[in-house]
Design a binder for this molecule. Structure first.
Ligand SMILES: NC(=O)c1ccc[n+]([C@@H]2O[C@H](COP(=O)([O-])OP(=O)(O)OC[C@H]3O[C@@H](n4cnc5c(N)ncnc54)[C@H](OP(=O)(O)O)[C@@H]3O)[C@@H](O)[C@H]2O)c1
Length: 281
């Protein structure tokens, strides 16, 4: 296959860096698009995006922090126009399963005139080891709303493999994939699995969304972050349709999706939760 230039936006992030690793084993030229890359790509500096897009054949898009936030639609509209100008031939967009606002951004990519694949993912397993749930796991005390909701957590390794297939294979053009793990579990079950594989005591306490938001305000988290977390807990987790399990990963990769337990066992082995648990008074 002819060597192509592939830009991975968010190429040091949870899905992006795995895509960069996988593409690195092919004959293609992989370029990272992020604030720390050279040239730098910052979603807040659209005037510089063309420097990252010039000469690119294909682009994997992860928007920061989430396609549902105000401003995402304008950014994706501008990015697709810049991509057209740069004669990009294919876009693969990472989207959130069950996020209506994200679907507006998907429509922009779908109608961009450029070949595309949309990859809608459920909540990532890696939120427990690389994202906003990590600190409470390390503290040994997890208090979350929507404790009873069945969530089909998906692994970023599976997402990365699907995204690479989508980037490299024309048979994925024009497709919308919905990626979930092989089963649904609750937050409490997820925390119990992590406690088992790490051999630690981790307390789980169900709380209301309001209590969770008040807790975030007490520790002065930014309002836009609080808005996003509230959105994800109400709009995404509050919608029973988002508990469905899909078989797109199995169809595309011809293997079962990674389960939460497999993820947790591997994350424990590489020391994702190795910092000692603090004492709670
Ligand atoms: N987490 C989930 O459960 C989940 C589920 C479904 C969909 N998604 C979607 O996945 C996407 C990625 O989310 P994530 O939380 O997993 O993050 P992530 O991919 O781990 O994000 C970090 C990456 O984004 C880059 N980045 C951060 N701020 C940036 C900015 N202002 N401009 C350009 N690059 C920036 C970082 O590099 P630098 O620091 O070098 O800039 C890094 O490469 C989001 O669009 C989200 O909606 C997430």
């Amino acid at each position: 296959m002819k060597s192509e230039n592939i830009l991975v936006l968010g190429g040091t992030g949870k899905t992006g860096r795995k895509i960069v690793d996988l593409l690195g084993k092919t004959n293609h030229n992989v370029h990272i698009g992020s604030r720390s890359a050279k040239p730098s790509f910052d979603w807040h500096q659209p005037e510089n995006w063309s420097h990252s897009l010039v000469g690119m054949d294909k682009v994997y898009i992860t928007y920061q922090p989430d396609l549902a936030v105000p401003g995402a639609l304008d950014a994706i509209e501008r990015l697709t126009k810049e991509a057209q100008k740069a004669a990009v031939k294919k876009l693969v967009l990472l989207s959130g399963k069950g996020e209506k606002e994200a679907q507006l951004c998907e429509q922009v990519v779908i109608h961009s005139g450029i070949d595309y694949t949309i990859v809608r993912a459920s909540w990532f397993n890696q939120n427990f080891s690389e994202n906003f749930l990590l600190d409470s796991i390390l503290d040994g005390f997890v208090a979350l709303p929507q404790a009873e909701v069945q969530i089909p957590f998906v692994d970023t390794n599976d997402i990365a493999q699907v995204a690479v297939r989508a980037l490299l294979g024309n048979e994925h053009n024009g497709k919308i994939y919905e990626l979930t793990g092989p089963e649904t579990i609750t937050f409490k079950q997820a925390v119990t699995i992590i406690a088992e594989v790490t051999n630690r005591a981790i307390t789980f306490v169900p709380i209301s969304i309001q209590e969770y938001i008040e807790g975030m305000r007490r520790i002065d988290l930014p309002e836009d972050f609080i808005w996003l977390i509230e959105y994800l807990f109400t709009e995404v987790l509050g919608n029973p349709n988002n508990s469905e399990i899909t078989n797109d990963i199995e169809k595309i990769l011809n293997k079962k999706p990674i389960s939460f337990k497999e993820y947790a066992q591997k994350a424990a082995i590489v020391g994702a939760w190795n910092i000692p648990i603090k004492q709670h008074s």
